[in-house]
Design a protein around this ligand. Structure first.
Ligand code: A3P
Length: 288
């Protein structure tokens, strides 16, 4: 339960002190990536856990044993977290490393490496809703009384982990500077099987049809949300309170429509146009 109310600041971005210290952040910035490392980069609530699970299953050729016995934070630890140094294992397969750090902090180290980078983005209206509920359950994040209050701070880019807009734009700009694969949460939702196959191609990890079947089956929301190794039910209630909201909450595209008023949605669109001008990324706001 340590450092629950501490906030660290790194390059102007606030991060929960429960998971980060000045030392862990420095370690992340000095980290030497090796050839073969696979780095999952996301803004929070964009499908990080989903990608961790998919990669675990791809590298086990569809065998679910590791996914069902080792927590995701051990299989694919966060580079910037306090426990990273002691968790990262030198095993047989590639090291899967996760990070939420923005490109201005981490891209230089990755540009000079042969690591593979997988960036997962999600439409920011759904990110905002998912992040709001995460603030309710994660006791190391600040409390917001209402969604409206949270939304204002999210659009200003002043929430913990910084601006969604800067994160996505910053990393996308790096696409030609490193071995980079861009995919969205909505791509995974629309066609999980196709996404898995594309990932296999990027990773140079061919799979038999039956193995892809297994990955696909295990990584669907109903199955994954029951897996205690990824649904965070192993974390004590004082740190993550699942009575407030589940970590595996809804797992759908377009939940923002149940949460934003037309005025909030319009204001969001306006900010999106302003902040994303000059960036040709398209987002899918619903699957209808
Ligand atoms: P919701 O809160 O909208 O349900 P992250 O892992 O980056 O923190 O993202 C968490 C979000 O991804 C949550 O979104 C969670 O439900 C969703 N998610 C995780 N696994 C998923 C899966 N297999 N299918 C669909 N959504 C998934």
């Amino acid at each position: 339960m340590e450092r629950m109310s501490v906030t660290e600041v790194c390059a102007g971005i606030q991060l929960p002190g429960h998971l980060h210290t000045p030392e862990s952040l420095q370690y992340a910035q000095d980290f030497h990536f090796k050839e073969g490392d696979v780095v999952i980069v996301t803004y929070p609530k964009s499908g990080t856990t989903w990608m961790q699970e998919i990669l675990t299953l791809i590298y086990s050729q569809g065998d679910t044993e590791i996914a069902m016995t080792v927590p995701n934070w051990e299989r694919a630890p966060w580079l910037e977290h306090i426990y990273f140094k002691d968790t990262l294992k030198e095993g047989e397969g590639p090291r899967i490393i996760t990070t939420h750090l923005p490109s201005n902090i981490l891209a230089p180290a990755l540009q000079n490496s042969k690591a593979k980078v997988i960036y997962v983005a999600r439409n920011p209206k759904d990110v905002a809703v998912s992040f709001y509920y995460f603030h309710k359950m994660a006791k190391f994040l600040p409390d917001f009384n209402t969604f409206s209050e949270f939304l204002d701070v999210f659009l200003e880019g002043k929430v913990h982990y910084g601006s969604w807009f800067d994160h996505v734009k910053g990393w996308y700009r790096q696409k030609n500077n490193m071995d980079f694969f861009y995919i969205t949460y909505e791509d995974l939702q629309k066609d999980l099987r196709r996404s898995i196959k594309k990932l296999c191609g990027f990773l140079g990890c061919p799979m038999y049809t039956e193995e892809v079947d297994k990955v696909e089956c295990h990584c669907r929301f109903p199955e994954m949300s029951q897996n205690v190794m990824v649904n965070y039910m192993l974390i004590p209630k004082e740190i993550m309170n699942h009575d407030q909201s589940k970590f595996m909450r809804k797992g759908i595209v377009g939940d923002w429509k149940q949460h934003m008023t037309p005025e909030q949605s319009d204001a969001f669109d306006k900010t999106f146009q302003e902040k994303m001008s000059g960036c040709n990324l398209q987002f899918l706001w619903n699957l209808d």
